[in-house]
Write a protein that binds this ligand. Structure first.
Ligand SMILES: [Zn+2]
Ligand SMILES: [Zn+2]
Ligand SMILES: [Zn+2]
Length: 213
């Protein structure tokens, strides 16, 4: 018996092919989902240490000129016979008068009044010498700048190079046709040491045709 397709079967087959083609082209209009991995910068926490100047646990140095043990020159003065042997002093000037301030008086400032230096508590830091950091609002951490708090990054991003890095490696084109992606770590005369992802490479500036960031 001869096999014969009825027009209806043929039509059904054509529709099936057609709808398959349609769904395939549909799939192509969506960009493929990029593979991701945990962020290498923040260990997938989404947060990083605050980069604010002097920020430690969300506290930064008081911007007012109050007495701080971290600034200026502090010296011991045994000749003053102060009761605390660890006390140090700093020379400073108040309204043109030279005075010595004590390491016991952090977080204060002096005004000249009635012929003497008068001590006042710094109103900016309340005498603590520290204020809330503006960058992190006292939190001590900010959103990770690599993953922007998402905790994941595209598979291709590495700690060596990724688009959100501030100091991206340079692409060196060499005379022999090679290309190196790396960061210059030292330069002595014309000899350069370039750190690539695979390790350090020594080059002479004469080997380089061009370099681009
Ligand atoms: Zn202060
Ligand atoms: Zn901070
Ligand atoms: Zn991150």
């Amino acid at each position: 018996m001869k096999t014969k397709f009825s027009p209806a079967t043929l039509l059904a087959a054509l529709i099936a092919v057609g709808s398959f083609a349609a769904s395939a082209s549909n799939a192509q209009t969506h960009s493929p989902v990029e593979k991701t991995k945990p962020c290498f910068q923040c260990n997938a926490t989404g947060e990083m240490k605050c980069p604010g100047a002097g920020c430690k646990d969300g506290q930064a140095d008081c911007p007012a000129p109050c007495i701080k043990l971290r600034t200026g020159v502090w010296k011991k003065h045994p000749e003053l016979n102060r009761p605390d042997p660890s006390e140090t002093m700093q020379d400073t000037t108040v309204s043109g008068h030279r005075i010595q301030v004590s390491s016991h008086h952090e977080g204060v400032y002096y005004v000249w009044a009635n012929g003497a230096a008068e001590m006042k508590t710094c109103p900016t830091c309340n005498g603590t010498t520290r204020v809330q950091c503006k960058t992190c609002a006292g939190k001590g951490t900010v959103k990770c700048e690599i993953c922007e708090g998402k905790k994941i990054v595209p598979e291709s991003w590495t700690a060596f190079d990724c688009p959100r890095m501030r100091n991206r490696p340079t692409r060196y084109k060499l005379k022999d046709g090679r290309e190196l992606l790396g960061r210059k770590i030292s330069a002595i005369g014309s000899s350069l040491r370039i750190r690539t992802e695979a390790g350090d490479v020594n080059l002479d500036t004469a080997d380089i045709v061009s370099e681009e960031k």
